[in-house]
Design a protein around this ligand. Structure first.
Ligand code: C2O
Ligand code: CU
Length: 499
């Protein structure tokens, strides 16, 4: 059988401007529109995206006015080959400006999608052409970078998978991409905010931080201070690939089948903790970048904008929940049936939020493979203190400054920039750097001997810290910011200027 993907590969192989992906764009008609007839071997792969408002059913009785790429939430998965030239023609059919950021991709600076920094916003009715080489390989994603707290909240995000040139030594039979998101529909009770985060260094580290959390009334792993600040949207629905339970299609497994999950947290605020009842997850990639060797855990905390690849092995017959263990999330829709072939399709009882006893992923567990270039020059050091959010304020600062009134961090090409974050605020901040990935050298004072390669590091609340090392190799002005858009808009952003 020839699948759609094979068909698209075939087109790419014959020099045609092939399209996105299996789940993505309409084949022949979009192909015609992209002018495939004139394509030569050097012609980039062309993908058409149209951003517009749509009505979107998250679950029966929960239909929202969303913003969608090509009418779907999340947008079409884009799947390309490492090193391939990609051209994305974006038409803005919204009634407000927009841009697209290619999160985790080492794009040229002008293609980075940051309004006011790398481009003018795309005006309503206008078209903008993004063009870049797809690298590095891995689970990347794309999303709006204009008025993110609203536009991303309304659905403008999607998966971007860059397949490696040389196949990876990962044993899996197929893969499934799961984009996690949160919605404020007004149709149900709000789930508690994920204030403190869970992705950074919990699990086995604990120590002073967990003691303090206990004192402050947190609930340890998955802890939350509970109350929502007045400016925080009342998120009440949690989705997997744009749908909430009971609208989520089950994942059916053959006996012994190994499924590579590509997990992407597109939420604006929430950390999700992915667990499959009765099964372990073998983590192979963090933010798309390979680990030295897989790490087996029960559950994976994923901060906003983080990605994890993990292999699920279908070795426990029956019907199980894949779900988020954060309080209220599974009840708000974030659960998907995993049914083994031959098992009766009856639902197990609803999953519990009680995550005690589970082994959690954290940054200290995995070793990153050395995929970044080696530094050739000086080391520069930067200390960034993250503050704000006191008394429910929506002002967030770096070294006391509110973006854009803050000097860039400067590094020359080839230099090593060591950035130390200290979080003096009551919320975790998933700090993301555009344009290149970094190594996570230490978290909460604990050094990691084999640093992970990531593009987002979740810095824990209440004096949490993280040290990252950037080999400055991609020239330009790159945003370094908190990936909770409310915090970014509240000022928590700075430029890293690489000249
Ligand atoms: Cu997903 Cu400015 O980032
Ligand atoms: Cu933040």
């Amino acid at each position: 059988m020839t699948t759609r993907r094979d068909f698209l590969r075939l087109l790419a192989g014959t020099g045609g401007a092939a399209l996105g992906s299996a789940t993505g764009l309409a084949g022949p008609s979009a192909l015609a529109r992209s002018g495939v007839g004139s394509a030569s071997a050097a012609e980039p792969r062309t993908i058409l995206l149209d951003a517009r408002r749509v009505r979107w059913e998250l679950a029966p009785g929960r239909t929202v006015t969303a913003m969608a790429y090509n009418g779907q939430v999340p947008g079409p998965e884009i799947r390309v080959r490492e090193g391939e030239r990609v051209r994305v023609v974006v038409t803005n059919s919204l009634d407000e400006p927009t841009t697209i950021h290619w999160h985790g991709v080492d794009v040229p600076n002008a293609m980075d999608g940051v309004p006011g920094v790398t481009q003018k916003p795309i005006a309503p009715g206008d078209t903008f052409v993004y063009e870049f080489e797809a690298r590095p390989a891995g689970t990347r994603w794309y999303h709006t970078h204009f008025s993110e707290h609203r536009q991303m909240d309304l659905g403008l995000s999607a998966a971007l998978v860059i397949e490696p040139r040389t196949p990876e030594p990962i044993d899996h039979d197929r893969e499934v991409v799961l984009v996690l998101d949160d919605w404020a529909t007004g149709a149900g009770p709000a789930v508690p905010p994920t204030r403190e985060g869970t992705a950074g260094g919990r699990g086995s580290l604990g120590g002073m931080m967990s003691g303090m959390r206990g004192m402050m009334g947190g609930r340890g792993m998955g802890g939350t201070m509970g109350r929502r600040a007045p400016h925080e949207p009342p998120y009440d629905t949690m989705t997997i690939n744009g749908k909430a339970h009971p609208a989520i299609e089950p994942l059916r497994l053959r006996r012994g089948e190994r499924v590579r999950l590509r997990l992407i947290n597109a939420s604006n605020e929430h950390t999700h903790v992915v667990h499959v009842a009765g099964h372990r997850l073998r983590v192979t990639h963090a933010d798309g970048n390979p680990l030295e060797s897989p790490v087996e855990v029960d559950a994976i905390p994923i901060a906003p904008s983080e990605r994890y690849d993990a292999v699920l092995v279908g070795d426990r017959p029956g019907a199980w929940w894949l779900h988020c263990t954060q309080p209220g999330h599974a009840a708000a829709g974030e659960r998907m049936l995993v049914i083994h072939d031959g098992a009766p399709a009856t639902e197990p009882p609803p999953p519990e939020s009680d995550a005690s006893g589970l082994a959690f992923w954290h940054y200290g567990l995995g070793g990153g493979r050395a995929v970044l270039p080696a530094p050739t020059a000086e080391t520069r050091r930067f200390d960034l203190t993250l503050s704000g959010g006191m008394m429910d304020s929506d002002r967030w600062t770096i070294n006391g400054h509110v973006w854009p009134a803050i000097d860039p961090l400067r590094a020359a090409r080839g230099e090593l920039a060591v950035i130390r974050f200290r979080n003096m605020s009551p919320e975790a901040h998933p700090m993301h750097l555009h344009g290149q990935s970094f190594r996570v050298l230490a978290v909460n004072g604990v050094r990691h001997p084999a640093p992970l390669v990531k593009d987002t590091v979740d810095v824990e609340a209440h004096m949490g810290s993280a040290v990252v090392e950037v080999v400055a190799h991609n020239p330009g002005d790159w945003l370094l910011h908190c990936h909770k858009p409310m915090h970014m808009d509240g000022g928590m952003a700075v430029l890293v200027r690489i000249a």
